[in-house]
Design a protein around this ligand. Structure first.
Ligand SMILES: NC(=O)c1ccc[n+]([C@@H]2O[C@H](COP(=O)([O-])OP(=O)(O)OC[C@H]3O[C@@H](n4cnc5c(N)ncnc54)[C@H](O)[C@@H]3O)[C@@H](O)[C@H]2O)c1
Length: 427
């Protein structure tokens, strides 16, 4: 048994015995990992893909003792999808699980995109999902099965057609869920998170330089494809009932099923990222500290008070990042670490220690690392408004972000000045 299979995830080989699964776009990436995992768990798998590499996946499933066959299929083509359904029924009978996973995902700025490119993205992603859903819905009703429609959590520059199609799939999934009812079919929109696949590698090559990153930095944040496949399997195994009609991210599915240790990317990138990602801050959100400027600004406050305010500001920052959609959250955390030299959580803890120490003596420790950290924090807060402006035109929000970040930067700079005055006493 492959190390990535049911042994690694602790699922018995017969977990899905007797079930029939159709996975579109299964020639590579998440679809391939899912086909392999389904095969190991005893499901009979139909690999539907445009690419002839689907035949290799079929061979791999069979080599591991599973049951699968490859159907060359363009999911955007209604006749091809009709043939897919007919061949599936002939070989395996009615379907228990449909995973609409195939995508077309060109990286193109809106200003450079020709309508044919836009239309093809919509045809493969959105129309393809509809065609396959329609073709297999009667089976899923008969078998009380599960439909997993792969979506994507966030807006991303240069991926407007892809993101628009994915938002469409999310809406389609919610509507279909309401139409069929949970008793018949569970319909879930799964946003797997960032996953290391050939598709992401191609997109990263084109996208990373456009958002100020190296491709490896982007890829370092991604989870392995088998982990995303496991999230889909967990839905098929019953978790879909809990999320019927909802969009759920892969991390949540894994965490709620007890696979929290798999749910986060393995570690920080070798080279931290250059961008902070969107950080939406609103004063009406809990945890956002409004500024408390004195006439003299923060420079007039006692160092211990500044340290406490910094702790509050960083706690609010951590909460704001936590509320971001999953992809933006990962980017934002990495951006913070790149800029500050310490992660968000570590920074909150450090600020807390600092506040405790300074409450005891009201004299800040002067330490070169502390100075670097504070410089990084000031730079981070300074840069957030410009980063946020790349993702939203909401002027009220941008104004609020600008105000909040200026206040936080001021706290940091005042504390930094106090640290400089204190000399070099180590922390
Ligand atoms: N990889 C990620 O980081 C990520 C993030 C969010 C969502 N997702 C979603 O997960 C799913 C899988 O992503 P991936 O990264 O593994 O993709 P990928 O690009 O690596 O693989 C996509 C597969 O779809 C196939 N395909 C393309 N056009 C097709 C068509 N017309 N008919 C049939 N098959 C077709 C390709 O041949 C390929 O095998 C997608 O729906 C994607 O939106 C992925």
């Amino acid at each position: 048994m492959d190390a990535e299979g049911d042994e690694r995830f602790g699922l018995p080989a017969g977990t899905l015995a007797g079930q029939v699964a159709v996975v579109t776009g299964a020639a590579r990436g998440i679809g391939r990992a899912l086909a392999l995992l389904l095969g190991r768990l005893g499901a009979r798998v139909v690999i539907a893909d445009l690419s002839p590499a689907g035949a290799d996946v079929e061979a791999s499933v069979r080599a591991e003792g599973g049951s699968a066959f490859f159907v060359p299929c363009d999911v955007a083509d209604a006749e091809a999808v009709g043939r897919l359904a007919a061949e599936t029924h002939r070989a395996f009978g009615p379907v228990d699980l449909l995973v609409n996973n195939a995508i077309h995902c060109p990286v193109v700025a809106v200003s450079e995109m020709d309508p044919a490119t836009w239309d093809r993205v919509m045809a493969v992603n959105l129309r393809g999902t509809f065609l396959c859903a329609r073709a297999f819905l009667p089976d899923l009703v008969e078998r009380r099965g599960t439909m997993v429609n792969m979506v994507s959590a966030d807006a991303m520059p240069h991926l407007s057609a892809y993101v628009a199609s994915k938002q469409g799939i999310a809406g389609f999934s919610r509507s279909l869920a309401a139409e069929v009812g949970e008793q018949d079919v569970k319909v879930v929109a799964l946003a797997p998170g960032m996953v290391d696949t050939p598709g992401l590698r191609v997109a990263a090559r084109d996208l990373a330089p456009r958002i100020g990153m190296a491709p490896d930095e982007l890829l370092a944040m991604a989870m392995p494809a088998p982990h995303a496949a496991l999230a889909a399997v967990l839905l098929a195994r019953g978790a879909a009932s809990r999320y019927h009609g909802e969009q759920v991210d892969g991390y949540t599915v894994l965490e709620e099923a007890g696979y929290g240790h798999l749910a986060r990317p393995s570690g920080p990138p070798a080279q931290p990222v250059h961008q902070d990602g969107p950080q939406a801050v609103r004063s009406d959100q809990p945890g956002v500290e409004r500024g408390r400027k004195t006439a003299k600004g923060e420079g007039g406050a006692a160092p211990a008070l500044l340290a406490r305010r910094l702790h509050t500001a960083l706690t609010a920052t951590a909460q704001e990042l936590e509320r971001l959609p999953v992809f933006a959250r990962t980017l934002a955390r990495q951006g913070f670490k790149k800029q500050v030299g310490l992660g968000v959580k570590e920074s909150v803890a450090l600020a807390e220690r600092l506040a405790e120490q300074m409450a005891a003596s009201d004299s800040p420790p002067g330490n070169p690392d502390l100075h670097r950290w504070l410089t990084g924090l000031a730079g981070y807060f300074h840069g957030v408004p410009a980063q946020t402006a790349r993702f939203t035109r909401d002027e009220a929000m941008l104004a609020e972000v600008g105000r909040t970040m200026a206040e936080r930067e001021e706290i940091v700079r005042a504390l930094q000045a106090a640290v400089e005055r204190a000399g070099t006493r180590p922390m």
